[in-house]
Write a protein that binds this ligand. Structure first.
Ligand code: COA
Ligand code: MG
Length: 289
């Protein structure tokens, strides 16, 4: 399952969780990691389990603490029986960490449907793994990236250049995330845009991400959610194109088709199918609200 918008919500804030649960985000990332202070983790788990017990429209992902903190198992143990839609794994160092989290979900009787979204670029080691390894895993449903923790791990002090665009190592990391997700056939999800007062900048960055094949983006503030949803909603011109492409393939009856003088092959067909699947998913979500 893929989502256009994933809203981070600190798990130690019942007020924010309840506000987000009634909002427009397609998925929430209920955060037990960086948004919660070390001495508040246990209390946050308690608040989170109460929140997970109530039904809400958005999908519910729990961001656990990283595998090397010693806290991950307690995070999973407290939540697995409440059937969150998935877990977000921060500071994921590679497919081995995905497998280790999957084993914890199994151990605590999480159902087969419980997904994992890996944040795969928070350490130098993970970035190198994105270049080398196939990340496919039965529980993995998305790979996302973040530029904030990587800055610290690299010993750098900014991920943006003077003009405000991402500096080249972070552009590379975004691109590697996209390719690793595509290879693993999971959703590529774009990083947060931290300046939540700049919705124009967010709209530009999200439009660019959508054009290059990302299917969703994470948010830190509810005001970012409508901007992100809009950017990942196919336009009527794209929908018309997708319908014409599939008609052309139906007419041709082969792997190659023609549309208005252009040759079409498998990537066009996949693109067209993805656009129409997104439209159907948005319609279905609307019906269930
Ligand atoms: N989820 C749910 N509600 C949120 C929210 C979020 N992520 N961010 C803000 N809100 C709520 C506020 O509680 C406030 O509600 P109210 O009007 O009922 O009082 C309203 O939206 C407006 O918020 P605003 O005053 O503009 O922002 P703030 O100063 O309260 O919060 C942040 C700013 C950055 C602290 C907040 O957006 C936040 O906690 N974001 C998530 C941070 C996080 O999880 N980071 C870890 C991953 S990067
Ligand atoms: Mg972090």
């Amino acid at each position: 399952m893929t989502y256009r918008s994933y809203l981070f919500v600190p798990a130690d804030s019942p007020k924010k969780m309840s506000k987000a649960g009634g909002g427009e985000a397609e998925a929430l990332i209920l955060d037990l990691e960086d948004a919660v202070a070390d001495d508040a983790k246990a209390e946050a788990r308690g608040m989170l389990t109460e929140f997970l017990a109530e039904p809400i429209a958005p999908a519910r992902f729990v961001r656990v603490n990283a595998m090397d903190t010693g806290l991950t198992e307690a995070d999973v143990a407290a939540t697995a029986a409440l059937h969150p839609d998935g877990y977000v794994l921060p500071k994921c160092k590679g497919p081995g960490d995905v497998e280790a989290l999957a084993r914890l979900i199994d151990k605590h009787n999480g159902p087969r449907e419980t997904q994992i979204m890996a944040i795969a670029t928070e350490t130098v080691r993970a970035v190198r793994c994105l270049m080398r390894e196939d990340w496919s895993h039965p529980r993995l449903s998305a790979i996302t990236w973040g530029g904030e923790d990587l800055v610290a791990d690299m010993g750098a002090y900014s991920n943006r250049s003077a003009d405000g665009d991402y500096a080249s190592p972070f552009v590379l990391v975004r691109d590697l995330t996209l390719f690793a997700a595509l290879e693993a056939a999971v959703a590529p999800v774009d990083a947060v845009f931290t300046n939540f007062k700049d919705n124009e900048g967010l709209a530009r960055e999200t439009a660019a991400a959508s054009a290059m094949g990302f299917t969703g983006k994470m948010a830190i503030h509810p005001a970012q959610v409508p901007v992100i949803n809009a950017a990942f909603t196919p336009h009527q011109t794209q929908i018309d194109w997708a319908n014409r492409v599939l008609e052309a393939f139906a007419r041709a009856g082969t792997g190659i088709a023609r549309l208005e003088g252009e040759m079409l092959d498998l990537p066009h067909r996949k693109r067209a199918e993805a656009i129409l699947a997104t439209v159907r998913r948005i319609e279905t979500a609307k019906d269930s609200w």
